[in-house]
Write a protein that binds this ligand. Structure first.
Ligand code: SF4
Ligand code: SF4
Length: 349
């Protein structure tokens, strides 16, 4: 079956709760990271017991149903064999369409080299996000590295010259940077005049014990001004022209509801459409809920028995009742939006 037909069929099945295996995976290739972000503790972790390339290859061989993988970290490009990891999935997952990785932009040479090597593997659609959390001074404070903004913009500039990939800036909106989006865009435009608001993806801050290790922020609510900032961003971007821009628009539309209620604004499709693989092989429903489904090292390097287990069925029931931490992070929200498309746009289902 053609990969796009397979993905469309999966999305359609997810709308009726009938999808058997997830099509999207978020995989933490390493927790190595040289940033010093104040809102994330990953950089404090000494990576250990991470899946080896052999193990990753076995897992990839057992995951031919995947259409979309976010290879994340830590800083994914800090894993020396990162390109081989991506290659293992491209070799064994014939339906893989979307290859995405976020990066901290700290090492423009290394990131550009990795991007070029992945391009040579000919992924169908390849996207990189460079994290920038505000104009120079604000960004460097949040990300804990003097000169981070300069390196990240240089990384963006180099990647934007590679025609075979799409590059975006990813900004998380914290209380101390939420008002600086316009200033960030103008500072980037001073270096890259063609940079536009269409190239900015924004995200709401989240807490995760097993991922960011930042549970000390559990009681903090996202800034109430985020919806206004997002509304203004949507206006500047104009009408979405591509399917992904529409999904992003739907994500933005629901941010206010999430911030107001603290509840995931639509039915979450985690475990059914998407799942999260930690660097040492533990599978979780998502990047937020610290509720392991098992470890692929004990399941023959396959996620199939883990997502089809009695425990996963129980967790799906809990997710349907919103008996989970509730979140609105793009990694998991986009498949959930896709799984609700019939219900939300046509009023059925
Ligand atoms: S947010 Fe990303 S770049 Fe920052 S410390 Fe965590 S993993 Fe590293
Ligand atoms: S809504 Fe719950 S299960 Fe779904 S991604 Fe968020 S925390 Fe995870």
């Amino acid at each position: 079956m053609n990969s796009w037909v397979k993905l469309s069929t999966d999305v359609l099945s997810s709308n009726f709760g009938k999808l058997g295996l997830p099509y999207k995976l978020t995989y933490i290739v390493t927790k190595e990271c040289h940033s010093r972000c104040v809102n994330c503790k990953i950089w404090r972790i000494k990576p250990q017991n991470e899946l080896t390339l052999d193990e990753v290859t076995q897992f990839a061989r057992n995951s031919p149903f995947l259409s979309w993988i976010d290879f994340t970290g830590g800083e994914p490009t800090d894993r020396p064999d990162f390109v081989q990891v991506v290659k293992a999935f491209l070799d064994h997952c014939p339906n893989l369409i979307f290859v995405h990785f976020p990066c901290n932009g700290l090492k423009p040479d290394r990131i550009e080299q990795v991007a070029k090597e992945i391009i040579a593997l000919k992924p169908k659609r390849f996207v990189v996000t460079v994290s920038i959390d505000g104009p120079s001074k604000v960004n460097d404070g949040i990300r804990g590295i003097k000169g981070d903004f300069t390196s990240a913009v240089e990384t963006y500039r180099r990647l934007s010259q590679l025609k075979e990939l799409d590059v975006f800036v990813g900004m998380t909106l914290y209380p101390n940077n939420v008002h600086t989006l316009d200033q960030m865009v103008s500072e980037i435009q001073a270096i890259i005049p063609e940079f536009s608001y269409k190239k900015v993806h924004v995200n709401v801050p989240h807490v995760s014990g097993h991922y960011y290790g930042n549970t000390e922020h559990t009681d903090e609510r996202p800034s109430a001004t985020i919806p206004d900032v997002i509304k203004s961003l949507m206006k500047k971007r104009g009408i979405p022209l591509k399917p992904f821009e529409w999904v992003e628009r739907l994500y933005h539309n629901q941010v206010a509801k999430y911030i107001e209620t603290g509840k995931t604004p639509i039915d979450c499709s985690s475990i059914m459409s998407s799942t999260y693989l930690a660097e040492e092989g533990t599978l979780y429903p998502c990047s937020i809920w610290d509720a392991p489904l098992g470890n692929i090292r004990q399941s023959g390097y396959s996620l199939v028995p883990l997502v089809q287990s009695a425990r996963s069925k129980l967790m799906r029931e809990k997710i349907k009742k919103k008996d989970c931490p509730n979140c609105w992070t793009p990694c998991d929200a986009y498949p959930s939006i896709a799984a609700s498309i019939i219900k939300t746009t046509m009023g059925v289902g």
